[in-house]
Design a protein around this ligand. Structure first.
Ligand code: GLU
Length: 303
C-alpha cells in the first residue's frame, strides 16, 4: 500500500464523548522488544490523552508460535513501564464462538481450499485454484472470495492510504485446523471488545485491506487507524520476537521509555516512569510521530 502524502486535515481519532476504546494486542510468542514497547506506548498515550480506555488482548490463536512464558513476561514488562490496562486481560481464545459465528455469516462467500503454502509461494495473490473445486469444507482451510480492489482509508499518521492498484485475492478466514485466521479474528475481537481506535505497527498496514473488506462483508463499522513506525535493525530487518530481538530489561524501564518517547517525537527527560508518562500524555500529538513506516538502526538497553 502506498501512503499518499498530503494534508491529513483534522486528526480523526474518536473524541472522548464518543468513548475512545483502544487496545494493545501482542502475540505471546516471546517477550516484548523495543519495537513492541513503542507500539504499546503509542497506543497507551493516544488512549490516555483522549481520556480513553486502553485494553490488553493477548493474540494467542497462532498456537505453534505461542510460548507459555511469554504472556506473564509481557504483562510484567507493561507493568514495570507504567502501562496500566483497563479491565481484565482479553485473549483471542476467549472469542472462539464469536469467530465461528462470523465464519458462519461468511459461509456463502467462502470455498474450501487445500493449497499448500509451498504451492502459493511467490504469488502476489491467491490465483483462485480451489474456487470451483467444491472441496469439503471440513478438514480444509476456508477462503472468502475477495477479488476486490483494496479499500482506501485515512490513517491518522500515514495519511490517505490508497492501494487501489492492488487487488486483494481470496484470503483465508478459517485455517485448516478450524481456527480463525488472523484478519478474521482481529476484526471480530476488536468488535467484541468495543475497540474503535487502533494504533499498531506499520508492518500491519498491508493487512488492513483484508480487515476492511471483512468488516464490509460483516456490516461492522471500521475503527480509526494509526500505523506507527516499526523499529528495524541497521540491516533493515524489523525487530521481532521471531528473529529473537532482544527482550527489554525492566531494570532499565525509564531508559527504555525515554528511548521510545523520543522516537515518538516527545521530550523525554529521565524520571520515574509514572512522571515520564504523565508528562508524555500532556504532550502527546500523533502528528509529531515520524510518518515513516520504519525507523532504522536503533539500539536499546537490553538484557
Ligand atoms: N497480534 C498482532 C501482532 O502482534 C497485532 C494485531 C493488531 O494489532 O491488529 O503483530
Amino acid at each position: 500500500m502506498t501512503p499518499v502524502s498530503g494534508d491529513l486535515g483534522q486528526d480523526s481519532a474518536e473524541q472522548p464523548s464518543g468513548g475512545y476504546v483502544g487496545r494493545f494486542a501482542p502475540t505471546p510468542s516471546g517477550a516484548l522488544h523495543l519495537g513492541s514497547l513503542l507500539t504499546a506506548v503509542a497506543s497507551w498515550l493516544d488512549a490516555r490523552a483522549r481520556q480513553g480506555i486502553w485494553l490488553l488482548r493477548i493474540d494467542d490463536l497462532d498456537t505453534p508460535r505461542v510460548d507459555a512464558e511469554a504472556e506473564p513476561a509481557i504483562l510484567a514488562t507493561l507493568e514495570s513501564h507504567g502501562l496500566a490496562w483497563d479491565g481484565p486481560v482479553h485473549r483471542q481464545s476467549d472469542h472462539l464462538e464469536d469467530h465461528d459465528r462470523a465464519i458462519r455469516q461468511l459461509r456463502e462467500r467462502c470455498f474450501a481450499c487445500d493449497c499448500t503454502r509451498r504451492e502459493l509461494h511467490g504469488l502476489d495473490r491467491y490465483p483462485g485454484t480451489c474456487r470451483d473445486r467444491g472441496l469439503p469444507l471440513d478438514g480444509n482451510a476456508l477462503r472468502v472470495r475477495a477479488e476486490a480492489k483494496a479499500p482506501a482509508f485515512i490513517d491518522r499518521l500515514q495519511g490517505h492510504v490508497d492501494a487501489s492498484n492492488r487487488t486483494v485475492g481470496d484470503f483465508i478466514v478459517r485455517r485448516r485446523d478450524g481456527v480463525a485466521s488472523y484478519p478474521l479474528a482481529v476484526v471480530v475481537d476488536d468488535l467484541a471488545m468495543g475497540v474503535n481506535n487502533v494504533v499498531r505497527g506499520a508492518d500491519l498496514l498491508e493487512n488492513t485491506a483484508e480487515q476492511l473488506l471483512l468488516m464490509r462483508m460483516l456490516g461492522i463499522p471500521p475503527p480509526t487507524y494509526a500505523h506507527v513506525p516499526v523499529i528495524v535493525e541497521a540491516s533493515g530487518v524489523k525487530l521481532s520476537k521471531h528473529n529473537r530481538a532482544t527482550a527489554i530489561d525492566s531494570r532499565w524501564a525509564p531508559h527504555n521509555l525515554a528511548a521510545v518517547l523520543s522516537l515518538l517525537g516527545l521530550e523525554a527527560p529521565l524520571d520515574q516512569v509514572g512522571t515520564m508518562l504523565a508528562r508524555a500524555v500532556g504532550e502527546w500529538n500523533i502528528a509529531h510521530v515520524p510518518r515513516a513506516r520504519s525507523l532504522a538502526g536503533f539500539f536499546a538497553l537490553t538484557r
